[in-house]
Design a protein around this ligand. Structure first.
Ligand SMILES: C[S@@+](CC[C@H](N)C(=O)[O-])C[C@H]1O[C@@H](n2cnc3c(N)ncnc32)[C@H](O)[C@@H]1O
Length: 151
């Protein structure tokens, strides 16, 4: 969130959502910039308010479960969270802009093709991408989706 808040500059607007209490120091640094709003909420139950819907150019999600070290279980929990992030992205993104896009982290598992298929129902262009910077032992990968359908 800190990185994104710097990237968007003074004229951008950023809303961050996390279930945990973001460290006070980070909070202060980010929130002293008046164009940034942090919300503490569980995305599984959070209803994106009407005022935020269709308003965003970009949604970034690196939501992740607390890992248990059991790949199948971690993969399933990541799938549930990331699928919700995908639905929220669709609600929040500006559907009048073809370039509106979502970048969402997911742990690779047998469910990741299902996740990709869900995204193809909501976006015109969908790619899976694993940055070189990801650790070798990590299963994380990223969905990049643009052009929310309904333009
Ligand atoms: C890898 S960290 C990402 C941190 C984030 N990039 C940042 O800049 O603070 C994963 C985050 O997902 C959050 N998370 C996990 N489950 C969540 C849920 N149900 N709703 C909202 N946030 C959740 C965790 O609290 C954690 O901060």
């Amino acid at each position: 969130m800190l990185f994104s808040s710097k990237l968007i500059g003074k004229h951008g607007r950023l809303v961050g959502v996390d279930i945990s209490d973001i460290k006070a120091s980070l909070m202060q640094e980010v929130e002293k910039q008046c164009h940034v709003k942090l919300l503490r909420a569980n995305i599984m139950t959070w209803e994106a308010p009407e005022v935020l819907r269709d308003r965003f150019d970009v949604v970034l999600s690196d939501v992740a479960p607390r890992t248990m070290g059991v790949k199948a279980l971690d993969g399933e929990r990541s799938f549930v969270l990331s699928s919700r992030a995908l639905d929220l992205s669709y609600l929040l993104l500006n559907k009048e802009k073809r370039a509106s896009c979502a970048v969402i982290k997911i742990f690779q598992s047998e469910l990741s093709p299902v996740f990709e298929q869900q995204a193809k129902g909501l976006f015109q262009q969908v790619h899976m991408f694993t940055p070189k910077a990801c650790r070798k032992q990590s299963t994380e990968t990223y969905l990049i989706a643009s052009g929310p359908v309904g333009l």
